[in-house]
Design a protein around this ligand. Structure first.
Ligand SMILES: Cc1cc2nc3c(=O)[nH]c(=O)nc-3n(C[C@H](O)[C@H](O)[C@H](O)COP(=O)(O)OP(=O)(O)OC[C@H]3O[C@@H](n4cnc5c(N)ncnc54)[C@H](O)[C@@H]3O)c2cc1C
Length: 424
């Protein structure tokens, strides 16, 4: 157990006091450091914990995350298609604990009591918090595609939470015979990483071109349009001519049902046979957030944009994919932005100051080939308490190979930076 007790500037809360806001500075003997508990050690939760720990505010920070090693979804498409090994996208929490004094508990949070301000852990223990941050990422709507549940996902992987599912999809692609069909079924909006399915298509096509050139890719989409469509379609025509077919939802109605025993995916009127089927179901906020009553009817969690504090339960913040922060996409880079806004809001709340979110920016990269990537850069401001995207700068079609290679290089640097910000 590692508590973060700096020598001065502690953000403390009186030991026996009721845990109500407003927060206050005190150095009273017997007072204790304010406790921030973070559920979920992914892009949002890990960066939030590390940012608070490095703030010098002397908070007592606990991160609850069941996994001892976290595999990033970002760059998992590169792993799935043989461009990287599994270890290169898998990270431990040792430095977060050892270098930054975050107490990391490798358990799942199984319940939240907002009145008692406690979290129950899978080991049976209950821990208290003064501020709680919930960052559990996504769950799947298993009832959305007939026949597609956790068991079917062992035959038709989603690979949309990285780890064993990514390993399964890679193994299936490697085992597939040349001439087979890889079917991918991207979900309806909103979902984690809007351009991710189309980057996956690109890198699977790259793999097929090298290893299984007679193979085909079928995109049975639940949408009629997809992000960066012009850039992807141009890239597919240039690099993977005749390999990829898109079937948009306005043509097929999208994927409706699956039969894993015959490797068939059904739309309204057609049946599609696949050698490898990658079904990405529609998504909702992680279970712990929904169980705690933090989600609305959409299945996602409404929040105050400026503080990421829940619009439903005060004192609890929700960040990352689980939160509704439109127009920010559900992405690692926006989870990073939100973690920093939330850390700042928590510290300001602790010293009794109003939230003051900064202008902020970030970018998301998608590979068309290993050396050719496109980028979406966005800047965000807060207007009347609401986040607004003020700049959206997207790679153009027709860019030359050198620029695309430089963009791919920037993606590598982004990966190094964000994993450093997550794991120290
Ligand atoms: C194929 C793919 C490619 C992607 N590429 C990019 C990219 O290039 N750039 C980009 O910006 N984004 C990318 N993303 C999106 C990015 O991975 C997610 O948006 C990001 O991980 C969201 O962060 P998060 O913290 O909300 O969730 P996660 O990173 O999923 O973290 C949630 C954590 O919470 C834990 N958890 C869940 N429930 C509990 C509980 N009850 N108790 C304790 N812990 C719990 C989980 O174990 C998990 O570790 C990609 C996603 C995919 C699928």
């Amino acid at each position: 157990m590692v508590a973060n007790h700096g020598r001065r500037g502690f953000l403390r809360i009186a030991g026996g006091a009721a845990l109500a806001t407003p927060w206050f500075w005190t150095r009273n003997a017997g007072a204790r450091a304010a406790r921030v508990v973070v559920i979920g050690g992914g892009a949002g939760g890990a960066i939030l914990a590390r940012t608070l720990a490095r703030s010098g505010a002397g908070l007592d920070i606990t991160l609850i995350e069941p996994k001892t090693r976290y595999t990033t979804c970002f760059f998992s498409n590169r792993y799935i298609t043989g461009l990287q090994d599994f270890n290169s996208i898998t990270h431990g929490y040792d430095r977060l604990a050892g270098n930054h004094g975050v107490r990391v508990l490798h358990q799942a949070a199984t319940g939240i009591d907002p009145d008692a301000r406690t979290v129950r852990l899978s080991g049976g223990e209950t821990i208290g918090w003064d501020r709680l941050v919930v960052a559990p990422g996504i769950d799947f709507r298993w009832d959305a595609i007939e026949g597609y549940g956790p068991q079917a996902a062992e035959i038709m992987p989603h690979a949309w939470r990285a780890g064993a599912q990514s390993q399964l999809l890679r193994a299936q692609l490697e085992a597939m015979e040349d001439g087979g069909t890889f079917l991918i079924a991207p979900p309806e909006n909103p979902y984690r990483c809007p351009s991710g399915p189309y980057e996956r298509v690109s890198l699977v096509a790259h793999y097929f071109k090298q290893a299984k050139p007679k193979s085909k890719i079928l995109i049975l989409d639940a949408k009629s349009e997809f992000p960066l469509q012009a850039q992807f379609e141009e890239g597919w025509a240039n690099h993977y001519a005749d390999m990829i077919e898109v079937i948009p939802a306005d043509f097929s109605g999208g994927p409706r049902a699956v039969d894993p025993s015959t490797m068939t995916v059904m739309s309204e009127d057609d049946d599609f046979k696949a050698a490898v089927a990658n079904i990405i179901p529609p998504q909702i906020a992680g279970k712990i957030a929904r169980d705690a009553g933090l989600a609305d009817d959409s299945g996602w969690c409404p929040i105050n944009h400026e503080s990421l504090e829940s619009a439903i339960i005060p004192g609890i913040h929700v960040i990352g994919d689980a939160a509704i922060v439109s127009p920010m996409p559900k992405a690692g880079y926006t989870a990073n932005i939100q973690a920093k806004i939330c850390a700042r809001a928590i510290i300001l709340a602790l010293i009794g100051k109003a939230v003051d979110p900064p202008v902020t920016s970030g970018a998301c990269w998608s590979h068309i080939t290993p050396d050719n990537a496109v980028r979406e850069y966005a800047e965000y401001e807060f207007v009347d308490g609401v986040v607004v995207r003020t700049i959206l700068d997207i790679s153009l079609t027709g860019e030359d190979d050198n620029l695309r290679a430089a963009t791919a290089g920037a993606a590598d640097r982004w990966y190094r930076d964000i994993t450093h910000e997550m794991f120290g």
